[in-house]
Ligand binder design. Structure first.
Ligand SMILES: [Zn+2]
Ligand SMILES: [Zn+2]
Length: 253
């Protein structure tokens, strides 16, 4: 399984428009972060988790020519706003499969009503094949996927476990029985927003505590704010098996 980090930034991305913050002005490519998303590939299959405002740019950058579906974590704009840009995939492949909690599907239907319309559809509008997720394992082709339920302040969010790989973002709290689903995972991705606490995201300290509970072989931090600091400097402070993810990073599991 190959994972490509399409974006590793928080909701505004890095740099923030108009910001003079030193991290926003950094020339290190690792300090430039599009909105959070990953591409997951195995055999001939390709799925993305979330589809934010940078989706088009991310698909071009990763040279991604087809996708088998999009799995959503939750309905915040930084995770869904790119849905219109499935059009090139739709024109070549037909309806694109989307996987989401029913509340997320409701929000998508409201924001992108023209995509979900059945009649009098505007020519050129894409269509989707809806897969409603519950907190129970589901199949992507030959692969079993296990949702991991968490809270993002008060909002329900799904992370996902794919065999030895788990991807969780926008988490602030998880019940013990959900954390147990991650037992034995080799590679864990988890959000770490910044150093200061935040009401709806793990900060660095909380993310590191979570990693030590899950105890994976390796962990990567994502959904990063400029307030976390420079990539190179933050990395030096991390435990041996914990890394800051960065855009275009590829890992094989
Ligand atoms: Zn987010
Ligand atoms: Zn969010």
């Amino acid at each position: 399984m190959k994972i490509t980090f399409l974006g590793t930034g928080t909701s505004q991305g890095i740099p923030i428009i108009g910001s003079d913050h030193p991290v926003c002005l950094s020339e290190n490519p690792k300090d430039k972060r599009l909105r959070v998303s990953v591409l997951i590939e195995w055999e001939d299959y390709a799925y993305v988790i979330d589809c934010g405002p940078d989706f088009r740019q991310q698909m071009l950058r990763a040279n991604c020519k087809r996708i088998d579906g999009i799995i959503f974590t939750h309905e915040h704009s930084d995770h869904v706003l790119g849905l219109d840009d499935i059009r090139p995939f739709y024109f070549r492949q037909g309806d694109i499969s989307i996987f989401a909690h029913k509340r997320v599907l409701k929000s998508l239907k409201k924001r992108f009503d023209y995509i979900f319309k059945k009649e009098n559809k505007y020519p050129g509008a894409p269509s989707v094949h809806i897969n409603r997720l519950k907190n129970a394992s589901f199949k992507l082709k030959d692969l079993d996927v296990l949702p991991v339920n968490g809270l993002h302040d008060k909002l329900q969010v799904f992370g996902y476990r794919f065999n030895h790989f788990a991807y969780l973002t926008d988490m602030k709290s998880l019940k013990n029985k959900e954390v147990k689903k991650l037992k034995g995972v080799k590679v864990l991705v988890i959000n770490a927003l910044r150093l200061e606490p935040h009401r709806s995201h793990f900060n660095l300290k909380e993310a590191l505590e979570f990693i030590s509970v899950v105890n994976p072989e390796r962990a990567y931090l994502t959904h990063i704010s400029h307030l976390l600091g420079f990539h190179e400097e933050v990395e030096k402070t991390l435990p041996e098996n914990v890394f800051l993810a960065y855009d275009n990073l590829q890992i094989t599991i």
